[in-house]
Write a protein that binds this ligand. Sequence first.
Ligand code: ADP
Length: 400
Amino acid sequence: MSPEAKTDALLVLNAGSSSLKFAVFAIEGRGLTQRYDGQMEGIGAAPHFILRDAAGARIAERQFVAAEAPKGHEGALGVILEALKPLLDGATMRAIGHRVVHGGRDLSAPVMITDAIMAKLRALVPLAPLHQPHNLAGIEAAARHFPGVAQIACFDTAFHRTQGHAAATFALPPRFFDQGILRYGFHGLSYEYITRRLAAEDAALGRARLVVAHLGNGASLCAIEGGQSRATTMGFTALDGVPMGTRSGQLDPGVVLHMLDSLQMTSSEIAHLLYHDSGLKGMSGVSQDVRAIEAAGTAAAEAALDHFAFRVRREIGALAASIGGMDALVFTAGIGENAHGLRARICAGLGFLGINLDPEANAANRPEIGRAGDPVRVLIRPTDEEAMIAEHALALVEVA
Ligand code: ADP
């Protein structure tokens, strides 16, 4: 964004519990070009700020000590905007797109944020107490910094609102569904991004039956048919489904009852265990990072990787069954895009479904890693939730 050119810019904010990620896009005609991105991590403790250019090179970095730390998300946004100021000189901020974890049952597409929408989003806090308040804090901070600029909310749950009742319900009396106790699903912006990119590169993939495995620190899988979500592994919360970096994934609900009643654990102790001390980290006793677990080579580390691969493999089969077969399996996010050893473990034994890896292509993290000529294509595609949010935000300001 050069000072001499009067560029229009679009800011994307992704507010987590202790982090604020951002990306800045230049609006060029009807297209978007990412110019900068970065994050403030460790908000509330000793925040660390990074700003990168479009090539990924770090152009600013700062470690704050607790005493001089910016306060909350508002303070973090102040530091981010201060660093962006000289770079955005001459640019007009057209819109700010926000990642919001929960849109409930009604919000099935991105929306322009109004007071009425904020009230709806606040009412959803009990459904996502660990994420939604931070997302809303990001929106409030941005509204104070950019009064009058259009703000757009994009929801992790929205993409899954195409699922049928059989996929979305729990086997409980219907009054619970009516109260909003149902499978919402998450990672929707990532699935939508992957689905759109595949359709753009090959129309046949746009119509195909896909199983997409979003395997990062948070992990889920989604069955997609004709571009629409049909089933996904995360449910009422982002705890369900496959094991994750620190989250347990699916548990027999009887385990939670046993912890409460027989082990006398409190609900907050159980929540901490299931969200922060389980999954790859809890099982391996090493780390939540697959690289560290692979390097550890202990029996517990091996058991963690084996269980993760087993659960993901099982879900691939289950999701394929939910859409009557599959044409392509797509890996994305940190583990999906990089962890070739784990991908090989996951796919071992899926030959009966027509999934066989080309070992060389897999080891090189190539975009196409399935054996040539096999019935199911196996693909790796990088996800980009920020780009998806930017596209939505631009589409909404263009019609406004
Ligand atoms: P988040 O859900 O926080 O966005 P990411 O999608 O960035 O997470 O995924 C982060 C995880 O990806 C790391 O914790 C690590 O397990 C895994 N990962 C990243 N790079 C590699 C690599 N080269 N080899 C194996 N695993 C990797």
